[in-house]
Design a protein around this ligand. Structure first.
Ligand code: NAD
Length: 312
């Protein structure tokens, strides 16, 4: 297959690219390196079946030219920082326009398949039961979540209007090697600066599922290969979850620290737009024959180890 990966130089995108190359596919990465890193795809740069294009999806003319002759698009590019939306709400505007441009470039080149990295944040403030893909109304509380929901809407509308096919994966919190942001990275950085104290955002009781990046990428590929509706929507997570204070304890243990004083900024959310607790209903992926290989706590510990080893 000839695969176009937006955001392929990022954390999750680069793992996806590794998998595609291992299976002998031809891959084009289209990434503006706003949060991605060239070093994540360095090992592929000299291969004949790999092309890196450093460019922005906001440039419609360019993406329309570069996307030509691909069989499928994996749309992974976005600003990944949910917190940032409260300071810079225009991240939503850019990400929505980027998705629109990509779909329009696909339409103009007659490319029919798109796979999208959505997020649990589209569900908004959620009730205390595992959420199925059919849950509604969908009322995100972060501008990041709003941009993801808008992208899902655009994908659905292009699929129906222009006879395309879409696979939408709503990720839990994804962690692992090459992670550049999020709570584990934050705690490691803070503890490296001040090993005796750790400030935790919110009350520390926020509780979410953490999915290991290899499971995320494996799940996406499995869902893509095993489902064939016009629109295929899946929650992608594990059926366990980890509290923020537990993450702090795991990071402290793995760094070999003792007597670290935890302080809390207070309130039930880490930041404006943070959904303090959620749990996915993952039975749809399970029915298809897929489940995560590690629990949420194991994903957190494995990530802490690998990030400490690779010296983020
Ligand atoms: P990341 O920042 O490492 O990857 C995003 C990539 O997109 C980066 O390489 C960045 O340079 C690129 N990019 C951003 N805007 C672009 C544009 N306009 N044009 C071209 N390239 C652009 O983040 P990640 O954690 O790997 O996230 C990947 C995707 O998964 C994102 O869409 C994110 O919203 C989604 N997601 C991530 C998580 C998570 O926990 N990491 C959870 C849910 C959804």
């Amino acid at each position: 297959m000839n695969i176009f990966v937006t955001g392929g130089a990022g954390f999750i995108g680069s793992h996806l690219v590794d998998g595609f190359i291992d299976k002998g596919n031809t891959v084009t990465v289209y990434d503006n390196l706003s949060s991605g890193k060239k070093q994540f795809i360095e090992r592929h740069l000299q291969r004949d079946n790999f092309t890196f294009i450093e460019a922005d999806l906001l440039d419609l003319e360019n993406v329309t030219k570069e996307i030509k002759d691909h069989d499928v698009v994996f749309h992974i590019a976005a600003n990944p920082d949910v917190k940032l939306g409260a300071q810079q709400p225009d991240i939503a505007k850019r990400d929505i326009l980027a998705t629109y441009n990509l779909l329009d470039a696909m339409r103009m080149n007659d490319i029919k398949k798109i796979v999208f990295s959505s997020s649990s944040t589209i569900y908004g403030e959620t009730p205390a039961f595992p959420l199925p893909e059919s849950y509604g109304p969908l009322l995100p509380i972060s501008v990041y979540g709003a941009a993801k929901l808008a992208a899902e809407g655009l994908i659905s509308s292009f699929c129906h209007t222009f006879d395309m096919q879409g696979w939408i994966f709503r990720f839990a919190n994804v962690v692992g090697e090459r992670g550049t942001h999020g709570v584990i990275v934050d705690f490691i950085n803070k503890l490296r600066k001040s090993p005796r104290k750790l400030e935790i955002l919110g009350d520390g009781r926020q509780r979410k599922p953490y999915l290991y990046v290899e499971d995320c990428v494996g799940g996406m590929l499995f869902g893509f290969e095993q489902s064939n509706e016009q629109i295929n929507i899946f929650n992608l997570g594990c059926n366990t979850a980890t509290e923020v204070t537990r993450i702090a304890e795991i990071v402290v243990e793995e760094m070999g620290l003792t007597n670290v004083k935890f302080t809390y900024t207070g309130g039930k959310r880490g930041w404006k737009g943070d959904v303090p607790q959620f749990q996915f209903d993952i039975s749809k992926m399970k029915k298809l024959g897929w489940k995560a290989t590690v629990t949420s706590d194991e994903a957190v510990r494995k990530t802490t180890r690998v990030l400490l080893d690779t010296n983020i």
